[in-house]
Design a protein. Structure first.
Lengths: 462, 227
């Protein structure tokens, strides 16, 4: 099965892993420069104190918390979508899962940086870690910020494990290839280490599949809980338009929505850049596009429900924030968000031509922008209008906050470019397995081959 | 038991701002300068809010001195991940500066917006650093702060009373704002002692709290609407 034709077909996936790719190198370099911007800005802020950011009283939280919610939201692309597709055994998932799971891992790492960046004294962040020290004081587990730490740490570890498990057989394939070329090269050692001694025995396959199945089921409630808890940072507070019971599910839906948007854009770029048309096919875009429409509708519904109840209740502090959003200082943001998050997606995605790769990527860019604005409106829109009217404030971000936002996007790109160069961005063995299942279905009479034989280990023995 | 509280008679307040200045001097609050103040970084543990009733030329100005309300059910307390703000047994909402890591969550969850953050280290150019109050710590950048009800004065009075083997007498403790108020609009004392002046004022028909709808049960009583 893993014959010459197979290898030729897999060439676009494997090519970035061997040899020098000028385009990828350039991408790493450019995004690497932006990573420099991120750490320069953050370093500048640590040395010169948090006041170099634009936040003030009453807008104590600004870009940093907006970015935090934004990146944690994006992390819901991967693991959750991939887990749901695995659990429901959707066959078309096979080429998508890896690149989606990578988004989760990297977006979470970046999202997790922001609470640190936003601290007044980041060097004391370890006060929030429940370890016995001479300080003799435990963290306050009643604080939603502590829930955040627990949830995000769990999710990050789970996602990394969930990304790594299906990588093992692929690492073995790469190890075997690299060993054939040069058994002592750094690449061989790297892949050998990550392959964890994978030989493709039935016993190993059995354990791996059990592990993946278990992780797929476990990671779904973890992902849902993470963004629910992020929403509770707001909903547990008594601030107007934060204290809302709808926030948990609203944020989860928004997170998945923004996650699909990023996945669409990433898939489009991978398909174009690495010529993966064979794998990230029109059918994959079409199916994910349908999921995209569903979430556009759900997000629109939640947004409507959220705003209608506030308007109808007309409570003094809340209606102040509401009016500024609909027709006041923040109306430009609000209506831009409505256009890019509901009107454009619903005008394009329901039609078959609107679920072609380029169209979904364009919609995806709009939704990324719209979802960032949504979090900005929630954070800054509320904090600008406190209950005692005397304290109304304004906020504009400083260059440090801008630098860190742009730098975080760069960091995401950098991690992704790196990943494409050290791991197959499409899961080789899962696609092979899918083709094998397909083959068996179309030729039921032929002697069926055990699935494990089509993959790693076998290749080494051959 | 003691529950420290304050009554502010808004009908007496002239909005002179002496309390604000006295508070700055007593509590080593940094003056941030014009530029920072314009960016919303001014720090006044006690501030005079001005509200305008009516339409020009028939305008009436209301002054409302606002400070930390030392709420019985303070929304700022549970959200702090490191116990930097907590409730003392005698009813103060206390800040432990050395614990604060600067998440600023407490400030967001304060319905009265009375928490102030040190965006930078304070500057006291020569010779102003010599007038710093030695009983009060100077807070570094990255730390939240707010009105303490002049806790250093409370502790001092309790020490003296302890040495003399007696209870703290009503009126023995005066916060800086109360001491400097020429209109005598600010009264500080123990709300649990029914004989104290503040407890008597709290029983008046004119007594009310700010933002009752939040149910934070503040320890600051506002008197308004009198003749």
């Amino acid at each position: 099965m893993a014959g010459i034709a197979q290898v030729a077909k897999e060439q676009p996936i494997i090519a970035p892993l061997i040899g020098f790719r000028p385009k990828l190198f350039l991408g790493s370099l450019l995004t690497g420069l932006l990573v420099g911007v991120l750490f320069y800005s953050w370093g500048y802020q640590i040395v010169n104190d948090i006041g170099v950011a634009g936040i003030n009283r009453p807008v104590f939280w600004g870009f940093y918390i907006t970015n935090f919610v934004f990146w944690i939201g994006i992390s819901h692309a991967g693991t959750l979508i991939s887990a749901i597709l695995r659990v429901t055994q959707a066959e078309w998932r096979r080429p998508v899962t890896r690149c989606a799971e990578a988004i989760t891992a990297f977006a979470l790492m970046i999202g997790g940086l922001f609470p640190l960046i936003h601290l007044g004294r980041p060097w004391l962040a370890w006060y929030m870690v429940p370890i016995p020290t001479g300080r003799g004081i435990w963290p306050n587990f009643r604080s939603p910020l502590m829930w955040d730490i627990m949830a995000i740490t769990t999710y990050l570890l789970g996602s990394l494990l969930y990304l790594f498990l299906p990588l093992v057989p692929d690492m073995a394939i790469l190890r075997d290839r690299a060993a054939k070329e040069n058994p002592r090269s750094i690449k061989t050692l790297f892949f050998t280490a990550l392959a964890l001694g994978w030989r493709g025995t039935p016993q190993q396959w059995h354990s791996l599949e059990a592990g993946i199945r278990a992780m797929a089921v476990i990671i779904i409630p973890v992902a849902v809980s993470v963004h629910t808890i992020v929403s509770w940072d707001f909903a547990m507070a008594v601030a107007p338009m934060w204290h809302s019971t709808i926030f948990g599910p609203y944020f989860v839906v928004g997170a998945i929505y923004s996650g699909i948007a990023v996945l669409m854009v990433a898939m489009y770029l991978l398909r174009r850049g690495l010529h993966l048309e064979e794998y990230l096919s029109d059918k994959v875009f079409n199916n994910l596009g349908l999921l995209f429409v569903a979430f556009a509708l759900m997000w629109g519904y939640f947004t409507f429900a959220e705003h209608l109840t506030v308007w109808y209740g007309h409570e003094h502090a809340e209606i102040n924030v509401f009016n500024e959003r609909i027709s006041g200082d923040f109306s430009v943001f609000f209506w831009t968000m409505i256009v890019v998050n509901t009107i454009i997606p619903l005008a394009i995605l329901p039609f078959p031509w609107g679920r072609k790769p380029l169209a979904t990527a364009v919609v995806g860019i709009g939704v990324m922008l719209g979802m960032w604005i949504e979090r900005y409106l929630i954070v800054v829109g509320t904090l600008s209008f406190p209950r005692l009217d005397f304290n109304v404030g304004t906020y504009s971000a400083s260059w440090v906050e801008m630098g860190i936002l742009i730098g975080s996007i760069g960091l995401f790109g950098f991690l992704y470019f790196t990943f494409v160069q050290i791991a197959p961005i499409v899961s080789l063995w899962e696609v092979r397995e899918g083709e094998h299942i397909q083959h068996r279905r179309t030729q039921p009479t032929s002697q069926s081959m055990p699935v494990q034989a089509v993959s790693a280990g076998e290749e080494a023995r051959a | 038991m003691t529950r420290w509280g304050m009554a502010i008679d808004t009908d007496r307040c002239t909005g002179c701002g002496a309390c604000v200045v006295a508070c700055h001097a007593e509590n080593n609050i940094q003056t941030v300068g014009e530029e920072e103040a314009a960016r919303g970084r001014a720090m006044h543990w006690m501030r005079i809010e001005r509200y305008y009733d009516g339409v020009f030329p028939d305008v009436k100005v209301r002054f409302q001195p606002v400070l930390c309300q030392h709420c019985e059910r303070a929304p700022c307390e549970p959200v702090c991940p490191v116990y930097a703000t907590y409730r003392t047994p005698d009813g103060l909402n206390a800040m432990v500066y050395s614990r604060c890591i600067g998440t600023r969550y407490c400030a967001n969850n304060c319905p009265y917006t009375v928490r102030y953050f040190n965006w930078f280290d304070g500057q006291w150019p020569e010779p102003l650093e010599r007038q710093l109050n030695p009983d009060v710590s100077v807070r570094p950048a990255g730390v939240m702060e707010k009105c303490t009800f002049c806790v250093q004065r409370i502790q001092d009075a309790e020490d003296v009373a302890g040495d003399e083997d007696r209870e703290v007498r009503d009126g023995e403790i005066r916060t800086a704002c109360s001491q400097s108020c020429s209109a005598r609009a600010i009264v500080f004392g123990d709300l649990e002692d029914p004989e104290s002046q503040v407890a008597q004022l709290a029983r008046l028909d004119r007594a009310t709290h700010l933002l009752e709808e939040v149910s934070a049960e503040p320890s600051v009583i506002y008197l308004r609407g009198g003749a």
